[in-house]
Design a protein around this ligand. Sequence first.
Ligand code: ACO
Ligand code: ZN
Length: 169
Amino acid sequence: MGLQKAVVAKLGDYEIRQCDREDIPSVIEVNMKTLPEHYSDGFYYEILSEFPETFLVADLHGVLVGYIMCRIEYGFSQLKRLGLARKGHVVSVAVEEEHRGKGIGTGLVLASREEMVKRSATECYLEVRVSNAQAIALYQKLGFKVTGQLEAYYRDGEGAMVMTVQIGK
Ligand code: ACO
Ligand code: ZN
């Protein structure tokens, strides 16, 4: 038995808490069910070991129903011309279909954003399929703006929008 991971938020009966290594098989299961973008098992473990604070899961009585995994990167700002910035990159976020529309997706993004700020990130960005109206609406609600377009970003040829929001002060 590992140590209980820190709970960072509560949404009714759902807990948003840090992901544990033991949660990864369930995270992969949620990813397989909800998204066409999959990753190797090793990729999840790597992100967890490098960026544990921003790898969060939504847990309902011990059952994992959603996750968000992120990276902190340093590179060209998506908001300032010619500037460099520390950026939180939302690599993947998903909630199981039967648990959607309850604020879990919003809670996961907001909680990971707070952790990004603690790690000195000043912007948060992600890529999203141009057809993913639900996710785009959620990001817009949270202040993300379209800052770029990537043609044929996904394997099936669909394009992505890059969306970015300033975080912290
Ligand atoms: N089912 C789905 N969406 C609903 C429902 C419902 N029953 N009811 C309302 N919504 C709408 C609302 O507009 C809601 O926003 P509002 O309540 O503020 O008006 C919004 O959808 C969803 O908000 P949340 O409840 O906070 O988010 P949810 O827990 O439903 O998760 C998510 C959103 C993660 C996008 C989810 O739809 C999902 O997992 N989709 C499939 C995977 C995916 O597309 N992930 C994002 C890919 S891009 C990336 O990963 C960077
Ligand atoms: Zn990405």
